[in-house]
Design a binder for this molecule. Structure first.
Ligand code: PEP
Ligand code: MG
Length: 755
């Protein structure tokens, strides 16, 4: 009974020796096939490698006619070898010639060999060749022998890749990562960034393939999988903030895969064939990738991403590479590349070194995008397959205006973008020049331009942008970047800094808006494991159910504003009763101040966000009770359209410049005007010049936006005839069109409005 001599481990050791010899690649390959044939007790061992014409070229053989080497070529799908390559899976045939796929090649002299076992040679999940052994007898190769040959094929993949023996194939992942590459994504935050790629979750490159101590490797693998399972359970338990950008669904898929016994078993088997734990993870990952990549179903291909991420996590577990150790070595012009991330993860990076952000997924109104805009970080999202094409350290250009990403750009692209960056700088100069000028339309309408802020680092922007106040201070950001609940003193300090910075200008503090995608890792919000977090226990709902937290915050605000003007605003109010209950807490805190004889704010205004549609239909009753309202268009419109702002599949499905949105907003504006209640819009739409133009056209006179948007919006305002636009827009509200963006853009164009 034939069988392998000494098993795969001995063979791997011998292969390592051959790999270390100073030989030409061809000689090395010739030696390797002899070794494999002897070890597997096979009369034939052949290596077919993919050449530039995408044919499988016989590149070395023991047993077939030497004259066939580099002469015999098979197309992918042709013959048994082509079949193995086409399906990226092994074939194990005792009687190969009776197989329907058998293609006889007389020049090889293979007619005398009955049995055949062949495996794909895979690199990064792509087929780069086929390794075959053959015997004269009708031999039944065992499963262990197939496993062993697959392990050898993995080592061989390294040999041929290093020696550059495989052809230049466009799908080759290594080559993919060398050529210039352009991706059209979606603009998440404006700006142009030229810099170098940093992977948010870097790939681990396995260099040590062959194990020295298999028992030890088995133990390492088991421990790493155990730790991986634990960390995923933890993430699911605590909804770890650093993973807030990932959907629960993804985490659940991770958990399912991580606990899959088959996965672990396959990896353990691979170690038993002589690989290191790391190499075994990669081997099994290669097989999985090859199998899943063939799937036409996009859902299954998405799961491949999950599986890749998981294998990467396991490799990091094994190699001890931590993400923290990586962010410490950030280059000065870092452009972060990630599948997706939560706002806190972005805040973890050193802002001084951050130029741009590229996400494979994400949505423009997700909080990570808002934070990126606040920081002025050029951001492109939905950059499909970027992770497959990028190498850490690659030169990269991010065009946050058009949503384009250029990987390894050519000199021409670099030159043209350097010019574009200069042009932007000139534009910035123009914005600076009008910084001190008021935002007044051509027909004399004054528009108040405010900034959105949330951190101490945002404060200088108020002055730099030439804004007239802070329309939205997102207090939750302080809570999100802290590792523990900020103390009363911390809160007072920040609020004081905001008020000092704002001076005479108004600043509107929004009370804690957590929940949804804004998680606090140190709060045990176990109940937040929700099917629909955006519609769940968040913002004012948490504050009213846990009033101590809100009272604490109100106390901090009142203390910080002693003797000054203070504006407090509540998020996600859905009914008047909620506003009343929250306002009652303010009154209680005021009473407390009086009781202790402490100084009160000189002026106190209390208002609410308008971001739940139900509240719009209570305005007539609500408005007499509030000092001001502010439209949170990000949430309001996601609820209006029932379209998740954070879900890339639907987030941009509906256009905010639609008759539905514009007439809805106009209704709010008119009602507020009738009651004389000050109204602001502080969602992201106010920061885009065309959208801002439409808002002015429907009657809004105060908008709050990211600081970088103030310049462009002010330019727009100063070139606009508001009355003419309002009259023009009268013809839009009742249109059946899904979008009136084009009509508005045409108006801007014809009337010389700077968009
Ligand atoms: C909004 O919903 O528009 C808003 C300003 O609040 P946030 O984006 O913080 O949810
Ligand atoms: Mg909101």
């Amino acid at each position: 009974m034939p069988g392998s001599v000494g098993g795969p481990r001995i063979l791997l050791r011998r292969l390592r020796e051959v790999m270390a010899e100073p030989e030409s690649a061809q000689k090395r390959l010739d030696k390797i096939v002899v070794l494999i044939a002897a070890n597997m007790v096979a009369e034939v061992c052949s290596v077919y490698l993919m050449n530039e014409a995408r044919e499988l070229e016989l590149s070395a053989t023991e047993g077939l006619k030497p004259s066939a080497v580099h002469a015999t070529r098979l197309r992918v799908g042709e013959g048994l070898v082509g079949d193995i390559a086409a399906h990226a899976r092994p074939l194990n045939l005792a009687d190969a010639q009776s197989h329907p796929g058998f293609a006889y090649r007389p020049e090889t002299g293979e007619e005398i060999y009955k049995s055949l076992m062949g495996v794909p040679i895979l690199r990064s999940g792509k087929v780069v060749g086929v390794l075959v052994v053959q015997n004269r007898t009708k031999r039944h190769y065992t499963e262990e022998e197939v496993e062993a040959l697959q392990t050898v094929a993995m080592v061989l993949a390294e040999v041929v890749a290093v020696a550059e023996l495989i052809g230049d194939e466009p799908g080759d992942p290594d080559l993919k990562r060398q050529r210039p590459f352009h991706i059209q994504g979606t603009s998440f935050a404006e700006g142009i960034a030229l810099g170098h790629a940093v992977l948010h979750e870097p790939r681990v490159h396995v260099t040590k393939l062959i194990a020295e101590d298999t028992e030890l490797e088995l133990k390492r693998l088991e421990q790493a999988v155990y730790a991986l399972r634990g960390s995923i359970d933890d993430m699911l338990e605590t909804e770890d903030l650093s993973h807030a950008g990932e959907h629960r669904e993804v985490l659940q898929a991770y958990r399912m895969f991580a606990n899959d016994r088959g996965w672990l078993q396959r990896m353990l088997e691979a170690v038993k064939t002589g690989l290191t734990a790391e190499a075994a993870v990669e081997r099994v990952q290669n097989d999985t990738r090859a199998r899943l990549q063939r799937a036409a179903d996009p859902y299954i291909r998405d799961r491949l991403h999950d599986f890749d991420d998981l294998a990467n996590r396991l490799l990091r577990q094994l190699t001890g590479v931590t993400l923290a150790s990586l962010s410490a070595n950030l280059p000065n012009d870092a452009i972060i590349i990630a599948r997706n991330m939560g706002p806190a993860e972005l805040l973890d990076y050193d802002k001084e070194r951050l130029r741009g952000l590229v996400l494979e997924e994400g949505a423009p109104n997700a909080h990570v995008s808002i934070v990126a805009r606040a920081f002025g970080i050029a951001t492109v999202g939905r950059a499909e397959d970027i992770l497959e094409h990028v190498e850490p350290g690659d030169a990269i250009i991010v065009d946050g205006d058009t949503g384009e990403v250029y990987l390894r750009p050519s000199q021409e692209v670099i030159a043209s973008y350097s010019e574009k960056a200069r042009f932007r700088a000139r534009k910035q100069e123009q914005y600076k020049a009008i910084r001190g000028e008021p935002a007044i339309t051509l027909d004399g309408e004054k528009i108040d331009l405010y900034v959105n802020a949330g951190l101490q680092v945002d404060l200088p922007h108020l002055e730099e942008a030439g804004a007239e106040g802070i329309g939205l201070f997102r207090t939750e950001l302080q809570f999100m970047i802290a590792s523990t609940l900020p103390s009363l003193r911390d809160q007072i300090e920040l609020y004081k800094a905001v008020l000092v910075h704002a001076g005479d200008k108004p600043a509107v503090f929004r009370t804690l808006d957590i929940g949804g995608d804004k998680m606090l890792p140190y709060m045990n919000l176990a109940a937040l494991k929700e099917e629909n977090p955006a519609l769940g226990w968040r913002a004012i709902r948490i504050s009213l159910d846990r009033p101590a937290l809100l009272r604490h915050q109100i106390r901090a605000l009142l203390t910080a504003a002693a003797g000054r003007s203070l504006r407090i605003m509540f998020p996600m109010v859905a009914e008047i009763a909620e506003f009343r209950r929250a306002k009652a807490l303010v009154d209680k805190e005021i009473a407390r101040l009086e009781k202790f004889g402490k100084e009160k704010p000189a002026v106190l205004e209390v208002g609410t966000m308008l971001e739940v549609p139900s509240l719009v239909w209570q305005l007539d009753t609500l408005l007499p009770e509030v000092d001001f309202v502010s439209i949170g268009s990000n949430d309001l419109l996601q609820f209006l359209f029932a379209s998740d702002r954070g879900n890339p599949r639907v987030a941009t499905r509906y256009d905010f410049l639609s008759p539905a949105v514009l007439s809805f907003l106009r209704h709010i504006v008119k009602t507020c005007q009738a009651h004389g209640t000050p109204l602001t819009l502080c969602g992201e739409m106010s920061g885009r010049p065309l959208e801002a133009m439409a808002l002015v056209g429907l009657g809004l006179r105060r908008v709050s936006m990211s600081p970088a948007a103030i310049g462009p919006v002010k330019m727009m305002v100063r070139s606009l005839d508001a009355a003419k636009l309002a009259a023009f827009m009268e013809g839009l509200y009742a249109l059946p069109d899904r979008s009136v963006r084009e009509q508005l853009a045409a108006f801007a164009e014809e009337n010389g409005v700077a968009i």
